[in-house]
Design a protein around this ligand. Structure first.
Ligand code: ATP
Ligand code: MG
Length: 140
């Protein structure tokens, strides 16, 4: 498998609890390099655009409000098979289903407040990285 880049967010429930360093340690231990990172607070419009694929889902409004409720840390992670590897380190969407040792098992509060986002495919990774970062900000 080739070296890939994926997009990651440390969500408000995690930044609120000072878990940025603990979550980054999990990424780095798994061989994922943080090649870009910034702490920002989203507006409702930005959250709605980012999660546009979910706009028909019943939890869309709640999800956007949560994502704007406190700062997030937007990141680009690089490594061998980075998209799948990051999803593995994150664990299942619902922490009740997440495997031991995963970020969501250890830190997520609920299916909504689940500490991290990670791209699910190369196409979405490219779109999500470009939504948050310019090429100049990616330092591999
Ligand atoms: P993410 O896209 O954030 O990496 P995911 O790919 O594991 O997570 P998705 O199905 O894409 O899960 O859902 C996006 C996000 O919407 C979830 O991470 C979670 O924060 C929220 N979400 C998903 N399902 C629910 C639900 N049933 N109730 C409340 N929030 C939900
Ligand atoms: Mg998703």
């Amino acid at each position: 498998m080739a070296i890939q880049r994926t997009f990651s967010i440390i969500k408000p429930d995690a930044t609120n609890r000072n878990l940025t360093g603990a979550i980054n340690a999990k990424f780095e231990a798994a061989g994922l390099r943080i090649v870009a990172q910034k702490r920002i607070q989203l507006t409702m419009a930005q959250a709605g655009e980012f999660y546009g694929v979910h706009k028909e889902r019943p939890f869309f409004g709640e999800l956007c409000e949560f994502m704007c409720s406190a700062p997030i840390v937007a990141q680009v992670l690089e490594g061998e098979d980075a998209i799948a590897k990051n999803r593995e380190v994150m664990g299942a969407t619902n922490p009740a289903d997440a495997a031991d040792g995963t970020i969501r098992k250890e830190y997520a509060l609920s299916i909504g407040e689940n500490s991290v986002h990670g791209s699910d495919a190369p196409e979405t990774a490219a779109v999500e990285i470009a939504f948050f970062f310019s090429g100049l900000e990616l330092v591999g």
